[in-house]
Design a protein around this ligand. Structure first.
Ligand code: FEO
Length: 394
């Protein structure tokens, strides 16, 4: 893997993980990912900012060799999760005099997760500075992007803000700098949807802080470096705002076609009303794509048959994920077909109870929908249209 120069004395020395296809054993990675690690050479001292996933430590070490690094004084850990911290123990073996620079909370996590000894740490807080000689690092606490200990490191002279997961994108790319805005935007939005969305309100506070810092570059630890920080800061401001779009997400499971008939009818009725609809068969869907569609949508309609007395297990998984991701939906509809009863609606509502959305009246049909049932779905679509109109979206 390549060492890539950002500016004089500052290099990216991490890893592009092109063929990784799953993160946290949950999140699909269609474009792979990267673990960016940075090295800053001052006139007297050298600092590494974040490391890489332990599976790829050997590449980080090769990159250090390529730069002929003989001494490291500081290893800054912006975030304790192992895809960024996992190589720190190996770095400490190699550079035993280096101090792990982080905040008090992250120190505790790193001791728990990696068994790093207490005397290896240098604990910093908001606004503290470390002089490397012509290069100054200062630290900003940016909690809940997406763990409580997350922070950012600012290289004052070059105006580079190292943000770790914050503003990241699961994207393996040979481009050091963000160049194809559309590709990067999609990857960053997917990343936001899957990891950051539950912490929308805390992120808004951190965005204000980043605006005040006004960096020349943002260097996250996944995906490319942003030479135009406004591109990604503005995207985050939109995603985290309370504004929603005139979009309906339909997500369904159907066993014998009855539930599918219902959602197909709903899809057609909504499209005929001029509404934008995203449509997911949850047996085949990429859950990351589904999560992305929830970032700005006003309404979600989930549909499931009743099976084994309740919600279909695949639908339950996605509904549970939706509850955990806490999208800013305004309305939720529940639809489905049943044979003789069950607790499908109650179970779905329970899984979604943390959301600040209004539940529309559930729409259930016994068996296969009849002509009059399908006509009622037209009315259901009109109800959603009217709700969006009340929000000023149509
Ligand atoms: Fe990329 Fe939260 O780790």
């Amino acid at each position: 893997m390549a060492v890539r120069k950002i500016v004089e004395g500052v290099y990216e020395i991490g890893v592009q993980h092109w063929d990784r296809r799953l993160f946290d054993e949950l999140i699909p990675l269609p474009e792979g990912t990267s673990y960016n690690s940075y090295i800053v050479f001052g006139e007297e001292k050298t600092a590494i900012i974040d490391s890489v996933d332990p599976e790829k430590t050997h590449i980080l070490l090769e990159n250090l060799k390529e730069l002929n690094v003989k001494k490291v004084d500081y290893i800054v850990s912006n975030h304790a999760e192992q895809d960024h911290s996992g190589s720190i123990p190996k770095l400490l073996d190699l550079f035993p005099n280096a101090k792990v620079v982080t905040n008090q909370k992250a120190k505790g996590f790193l001791m728990d997760l990696l068994h790093i000894e207490e005397d290896k740490f240098m604990v910093i807080k908001e606004g503290d500075k470390i002089e490397l000689g012509g290069k100054t690092l200062t630290f900003y606490m940016t909690p809940w992007v997406h763990w409580p200990e997350t922070m950012s490191t600012y290289l004052v002279e070059d105006g580079i803000l190292f943000t770790c997961d914050f503003f990241g994108a699961h994207l393996a790319t040979s481009n050091l700098f963000s160049s194809d805005d559309e590709v990067v935007y999609e990857a960053a939005k997917r990343y936001y949807a899957e990891i950051m969305m539950p912490f929308r309100v805390a992120i808004r506070r951190n965005l204000k802080k980043v605006r005040e810092i006004n960096p020349k570059m943002i260097a996250p630890s996944h995906g490319p470096v942003y030479k135009n920080p406004d591109f990604i800061i503005s995207a985050y401001e939109n995603w985290t705002s309370d504004d929603v779009k005139n979009e309906v997400v339909i997500a369904y499971v159907s066993m014998h076609g009855s539930t599918e008939m219902m959602v197909e009818k709903l899809y057609n009725s909504l499209v005929n009303l001029g509404m934008e609809v995203k449509y997911y068969n949850l047996i085949k869907a990429d859950v990351g794509q589904y999560a992305m569609s929830l970032v700005e949508a006003a309404t979600l309609v989930g549909a499931s048959p009743t099976v084994l007395g309740g919600i279909h297990p695949q639908a339950a998984f996605v509904v549970s994920l939706t509850g955990a991701l806490r999208p800013k939906l305004r309305y939720i509809g529940i639809m489905g077909s049943y044979g003789w009863g069950g607790r499908m609606v109650d179970q779905a509502k329970e899984l979604l109870k943390g959301l600040n959305a209004e539940f529309l009246e559930p729409f259930l049909i016994k068996g296969m929908p009849k002509e009059e049932d399908l006509k009622k779905i037209d009315e259901y679509a009109k109800l959603i249209y009217e709700k969006h109109k009340e929000l000023g979206l149509v």
